[in-house]
Design a protein around this ligand. Structure first.
Ligand code: SF4
Length: 229
C-alpha cells in the first residue's frame, strides 16, 4: 500500500514538473525565441574543444570579459553543474543573415562606431534578447518552486551590456558585474556543443565566420539554455 502511494506521488510530481517545463517553453516562445524545446539535462553535450575554440585561435573577447574563457567555469565544473539537474529548456533566436553576416559588422563592433545600417545595434539587440529570455525563464521557474535554476546565454556579455565601458568591471575590480540581473555565461564559453545540440533538436543552423557574406548563409542562430531542478 505504502509503495503504491509513493508511486502515485511520484507520478503526480512528474506530471507537475512536465507542466512547469511546458509553461517555461511557452514563455521562451512568447518572449521572442523562434524555437524552444525541453530536453534531459543528460543530453546537454559538454566538450572541452568548444571552450578551447574561444582561445585557440584567440577570440577578441577571450581574456577581456569575466564570462569568457579562460575565465568562467572549467569543463569539470560545467559537467558537475549539469549533472545536478534533470531537465533543461533549450531555445534559439534566429538572426537574419543580412544582420549577423553584414559586411564590416566586426569593424563596427571593434571600433565602437556603429554602422549606418544599424546592423551592429540590431545584432546586440538579438543577443540581449537571448540573455533576457534565459533570465526570464529562471525567474519564472523560481516562482514555480524550482529554486536552483542555472541559465546560459550566447556570446560574450561585454559587447551587448558594457560596450561603452573601457573594461569588464567584474574582471578588474571587486565590485562584481555591472549587470548581474541580465548577464550570464554563454553555452559555448561553458563548453556546450551548441551546434550538435541544435542539430539533435532538429534546428537548421549555419556556422558564420568572419569572412561569411550574407548571401552565403540563410540565417544565423543564437541559443540559450536553462537548467531546471
Ligand atoms: S556584463 Fe559587463 S561587467 Fe558584467 S561580466 Fe559582462 S562585461 Fe563584465
Amino acid at each position: 500500500m505504502a509503495g503504491s502511494i509513493h508511486l502515485q506521488q511520484t507520478k503526480e510530481n512528474q506530471s507537475g514538473q512536465l507542466k512547469h517545463l511546458e509553461l517555461l517553453k511557452t514563455l521562451a516562445l512568447k518572449s521572442g525565441a523562434d524555437d524552444a524545446t525541453i530536453i534531459y539535462a543528460s543530453d546537454v553535450i559538454v566538450d572541452p574543444r568548444v571552450r578551447f575554440k574561444c582561445m585557440i585561435p584567440k577570440c577578441y573577447m577571450s581574456g577581456n570579459c569575466h564570462h569568457c574563457p579562460p575565465y568562467g567555469y572549467s569543463i569539470k565544473e560545467v559537467r558537475a553543474i549539469v549533472a545536478q539537474y534533470e531537465w533543461a529548456v533549450f531555445f534559439r533566436k534566429k538572426v537574419n543573415s543580412s544582420i549577423i553576416a553584414a559586411k564590416n559588422i566586426h569593424e563596427a563592433i571593434d571600433s565602437g562606431i556603429m554602422d549606418d545600417k544599424g546592423n551592429a545595434i540590431n545584432l546586440g539587440g538579438h543577443y540581449i534578447l537571448v540573455f533576457t529570455i534565459a533570465k526570464l525563464l529562471q525567474k519564472k521557474a523560481r516562482e514555480m518552486g524550482h529554486d536552483l535554476t542555472h541559465g546560459f546565454a550566447a556570446g560574450n556579455c561585454r559587447d551587448p551590456f558594457c560596450h561603452l565601458q573601457p573594461t569588464c568591471q567584474n574582471l578588474i575590480t571587486d565590485k562584481g558585474c555591472r549587470h548581474p540581473e541580465l548577464s550570464s555565461f554563454s553555452m559555448e564559453s561553458s563548453g556546450m556543443d551548441v551546434y550538435k545540440m541544435a542539430a539533435r533538436a532538429g534546428w537548421d543552423q549555419f556556422p558564420i565566420g568572419g569572412m561569411c557574406e550574407p548571401d552565403s548563409v540563410p540565417q544565423g542562430s543564437l541559443m540559450g539554455l536553462v537548467l531546471i531542478n
